[in-house]
Design a protein around this ligand. Structure first.
Ligand SMILES: Cc1ncc(COP(=O)(O)O)c(C=O)c1O
Length: 383
């Protein structure tokens, strides 16, 4: 039978090209690059993970729940939302759970911006932002950071037009490290139209020690267009389980819920997050170890002669520019696997205590080879 069906011309598959027609802007996207897998004797400091394994209570929650894996998870994640709502003094309707905060970013962008719409964010910032905007069919508007690696909020406000649907503010900024200060953020919020969504990405909030830094949650009641994103991946050490949460106006969150893939947050992930919240004191103790190590490392690097932007996440930034690729090789030779952004810089996460010595040795070697007027030397860069 089928031999008699009319046939259409079959173009030969071309190497490197999809055999089916993809949206051109999707085909052109660079694949999301994960932190490099590290050699067994190297330190993997490329993904801003914490070096600690899950707490015992968290592991028990995961294994207990795993025994029920033949059942679907609670798609509404009500128990976790209730726990987060209690901690933050809101009703559970004002909390939304996603499979990592990157899933939430995608949902909020998709819910608000499509073809012809613009999404404003600082650059360089979290590398997933441009791709998520493209997938939504919208257009990215990147506003360069200031020379010290902080957001230029005035320029970001000025970049808002009647096509803007979302502004993403990342504090502390990944990969450069500085926070957005509370006063500056408040005047920024006042200058953005009240129907434009402001996404405050606080993935690293638990590591912040700067008292002037913004904390988005207390600002939500006054600013219904503000949504704050948090994650269990970083301070809570659950990167592999994929749990993030959003807090904001119930109806704005409903938009994201409508744009979500149903049932993508798993039961072990939800229960692990609940166990993490129940053991927040232990988490805070671990975070304190990391922030002390971060501050000591940044001080030692500045002592060597580096300009290191204010490091308020669990990472430090080397703005190496054209020297990025060569410097990254030196880090690797010392067993330090950071994240290199070609032409821009290298971000190194705060990891095991034993990683600090080889990291400092590599940094000293790199600095010795940099030109005297390189902007990542202390004192050269204009602030
Ligand atoms: C600024 C920022 N936002 C969001 C995320 C996403 O984290 P997750 O999806 O693991 O919650 C990351 C991860 O590195 C990040 O750096």
């Amino acid at each position: 039978m089928s031999d008699n069906l009319p046939t259409t011309a079959q173009p030969a598959a071309q190497p490197g090209r999809s055999p089916v027609r993809l949206r051109p802007e999707i085909a052109d996207l660079p694949p999301y690059r994960q932190g490099k897998p590290a050699a067994p004797d190297a330190f993997k400091l490329s993904s801003n993970e914490v070096p600690f394994p899950p707490l015992d209570a968290v592991l028990s929650a995961i294994t207990d729940t795993a025994a029920n894996s033949h059942r679907y998870p609670d798609g509404a994640a009500l128990a976790l939302r209730t726990a987060l709502a209690e901690t933050n003094g809101v009703t559970p309707e004002r909390i939304h759970i996603g499979a990592g905060s990157v899933a939430l970013l995608s949902q909020f962008i998709t819910a608000t911006a499509g073809p012809g719409d613009e999404v404003v964010f600082a650059w360089r910032s979290f590398e997933a932002y441009p791709g998520l905007v493209t997938v939504a069919g919208a257009t990215s508007v990147r506003v360069p950071n200031r020379p010290d690696g902080s957001h230029d909020l005035e320029a970001m406000a000025a970049a808002v037009t009647d096509r803007t649907r979302v502004v993403i503010v990342c504090t502390p900024n990944n990969p450069t490290g500085p926070v957005v200060e509370r006063a500056a953020f408040l005047s920024f919020l006042r200058s953005v139209p009240s129907d434009v969504l402001v996404l405050l990405d606080e993935a690293y909030r638990e590591f912040v020690t700067d008292d002037d830094a913004v904390n988005g949650i207390p600002l939500l009641d006054e600013h219904p267009n503000l949504v704050v994103l948090r994650t269990f991946s970083k301070a809570y050490g659950l990167a592999g389980l994929r749990v993030g949460w959003a807090i904001g106006h119930e109806l704005v969150l409903d938009g994201a819920r409508n744009a979500a893939i149903p049932l993508s947050s798993t039961a072990p992930a939800q229960q692990a997050a609940i166990a993490g919240l129940a053991n927040a004191e232990d988490i805070r103790a671990r975070v304190a170890v990391i922030t002390a190590r971060r501050d000591d490392l940044a001080a030692a690097l500045r002592e060597q002669g580096w300009f290191i932007p204010a490091a308020q996440g669990n990472f430090v930034w080397f703005g190496l520019g054209e020297q990025t690729a060569a410097s990254n090789e030196t880090f690797l030779a010392h067993g330090i696997v950071g994240r290199a952004f070609p032409g821009d810089g290298v971000r190194i996460s705060i990891g095991e205590a034993e990683s600090i010595e080889p990291l400092l040795a590599a940094a000293a070697e790199i600095l010795a080879g940099l030109p005297a007027d390189h902007p990542t030397r202390e004192g050269v860069r204009s602030r």
